[in-house]
Design a protein around this ligand. Structure first.
Ligand SMILES: *Cc1c(COP(=O)(O)O)cnc(C)c1O
Length: 362
């Protein structure tokens, strides 16, 4: 009897089908949870460029250094992926109001994707979140709730208000669809690198959803026989001002205790308690990756370094370059490594950080 690997054949058919599809994240629709193509509001999310920055690999002393530039997504961050998917599913489920706690960027993305279908979006953000985020949310017609505290406090506010008013709570990892959207980051990297991933991928983790998403994406591609070669080492970076995942990794813990007095210029990384901590830690360990914290001073320097090379990076995105430098120094990256930095967002909304990078000359 001949034994066919049907799942493998499925992967091959999928690969061939991709050739004729639109360059956005919905090209992976068979592996996404949205049931009807008509539920999707596409504003051009996904299929972001991945490129080598001239001179940077040599400066670092690695074989290749790639930047996956998520800053060109609608609203300027990779949050567009989760929002596009989450909003499409909310529409399919007949939900009229969604609420979420956000450091700023997720709220902006959900507000943007809710706007074309007139879904009411309620966004709770720390009062010291970037003003640009707050204004953009209003521009898209969202209801903004200022919370005196951190994102975890905003989470509690959303939970209470959602229960009281019947809103759908779409905060990080409270609904299953956001991570499915972020998974497309992993599909894209695999496809863009010809179904064989580089040696290491550095990701700036807040809640870590993007990292869990990539891990999940690659497991799915493997299951259908589409991904060759070894797993890339998944590397997490955080700011020294809020590094619960890094500390937990270093201590060999399976969960990350909350980080007291979280403070960093990279607002997206200011998540003192990550709901998916155990998954992030497992992803790092299973892929033989690592974790490293970097000070805000080096994050801002890296932002300047990328800017001078033509790459607009948010502090979160720039943290990956600062991390790469540290990891090269301590030997966790070698001169033969091919490395990908996930630039999760552009510098667009970060006036405060940009002002530090570019002091006015007298
Ligand atoms: C939200 C965010 C992050 C962190 O993403 P998680 O999925 O919470 O780990 C990183 N960078 C930027 C620009 C963000 O907006």
């Amino acid at each position: 009897m001949v034994d066919y690997d049907l799942e493998r054949l499925w992967g091959e058919r999928f690969r061939l089908a991709l050739a004729g599809r639109e360059p956005n994240m919905w090209r992976y629709r068979e592996l996404l949870p949205v049931e009807h193509a008509g539920s999707v509001v596409s504003l051009g999310e996904g299929w972001t460029p991945v490129f080598q920055v001239p001179g940077l690999a040599a400066r670092l002393g690695v074989r290749e250094l790639w930047v996956k530039d998520e800053g060109v997504n609608p609203t300027g961050t990779f949050k567009a992926r989760g929002a596009a998917c989450g909003i499409a599913r909310a529409a399919e489920l007949g939900i009229g109001d969604v609420a979420l706690a956000t450091a700023g960027n997720a709220g902006e993305a959900w507000a943007c994707y809710g706007a074309p279908i007139a879904l009411r979006v309620h966004v709770a953000m720390p009062a010291d979140a970037p003003e640009a985020n707050r204004l953009q949310c209003r521009l898209y017609g969202a209801h903004v709730i200022d919370v005196d505290g951190l994102i975890s406090d905003a989470g509690r506010v959303v939970e209470e208000m959602a229960a009281e008013r019947g809103w759908f709570d779409a905060s990080t990892l409270k609904e299953p669809y956001r991570i499915e959207g972020k998974k497309t980051l992993g599909f894209e990297l695999a496809e863009q690198f010809g179904w064989r991933l580089p040696d290491a991928v550095i990701y700036p983790a807040g809640g870590g959803v993007g990292l869990i998403g990539m891990w999940r994406a690659w497991a799915q591609l493997r299951a259908i026989g589409l991904l060759e070669g070894d797993w890339p080492r998944l590397i997490v970076t955080q700011s020294e001002g809020c590094a619960p995942l890094v500390r937990a990794f270093e201590l060999g813990l399976d969960e990350a205790p909350p980080w007291p007095d979280a403070e960093t210029i990279a607002h997206g990384l200011r998540v003192p308690r990550a709901r998916g901590d155990f998954l992030v830690l497992r992803a790092i360990r299973e892929t033989k990756g690592t974790a490293v914290a970097v000070p805000d001073r080096l994050i801002v320097e890296a932002m300047g370094e990328l800017g001078r090379r033509g790459v607009s990076a948010s502090p979160e995105g720039a943290a990956t370059l600062a991390a790469a430098m540290r990891l090269r120094e301590r030997g966790d990256l070698g001169n033969e490594d091919r490395v990908v930095l996930i630039n999760t967002g552009s510098a667009g909304n970060y006036d405060e950080a940009v002002a530090i990078v570019t002091p006015r000359r007298l």
